[in-house]
Design a protein around this ligand. Sequence first.
Ligand SMILES: *[C@@H]1O[C@H](CO)[C@@H](O)[C@H](O)[C@H]1NC(C)=O
Ligand SMILES: *[C@@H]1O[C@H](CO)[C@@H](O)[C@H](O)[C@H]1NC(C)=O
Ligand SMILES: *[C@@H]1O[C@H](CO)[C@@H](O)[C@H](O)[C@H]1NC(C)=O
Length: 187
Amino acid sequence: MASRFLLLSFLPLLLFSITTASFSTTTNPSFPNKKLKEKHSHLHFFFHDIISGHNATAVPVIQPAEGAHSRSAFFGAVVIMDDPLTEGPDMKSHLVGRAQGMYAATAQDEVGLLMAMNLAFTAGKFNGSVLSVLGRNQPLHPVREMPIVGGSGLFRFARGYALARTHWLNVTNGDAIVEYNVYVMHY
Ligand SMILES: *[C@@H]1O[C@H](CO)[C@@H](O)[C@H](O)[C@H]1NC(C)=O
Ligand SMILES: *[C@@H]1O[C@H](CO)[C@@H](O)[C@H](O)[C@H]1NC(C)=O
Ligand SMILES: *[C@@H]1O[C@H](CO)[C@@H](O)[C@H](O)[C@H]1NC(C)=O
């Protein structure tokens, strides 16, 4: 009697799992592969955001809003970038990847950016792998933390954070070199 009741109560669950089997499968917690272990990586590089001159790597595509109450916040501006990432602070040092994406000034009271970018690596074992960053960046603060929201290649299932520190800034034209330390967990 008890076993029949148990069977009846599990029947809907059983049917559900059969009917959805072709659409999705759920395995043990060591997904995607038992042999794959979670790894932790630290990446250190310099980001070159060059807005001025003929070799600009970042282009403003939308100017700040006319009516913004604080012009110094550049509120409303949108910049598209394809910024080189190098091993050292010198632009001519070893190229390790590119930061491709955009940033938008989304704060009215200070310079505060929404960063949406892919860190596409082109050197070493991470050549071809990408980390995706989506976060808040207040470039005039000494250290900014931005979440790593995912990745591809060797960075599948990536999560972590990036710490950005301004290494050099030309306040007149906005050109900047930013030191990045990225801490990421991946498979
Ligand atoms: C732009 O890049 C070219 C080729 O690397 C270089 O010769 C030139 O000096 C650069 N121009 C500026 C303004 O940095
Ligand atoms: C990175 O990968 C690309 C495509 O596979 C290859 O052409 C290139 O030589 C690699 N670069 C380095 C530095 O390994
Ligand atoms: C900063 O930018 C201004 C305007 O483009 C330029 O005249 C000046 O030489 C730059 N300073 C440095 C240190 O590059």
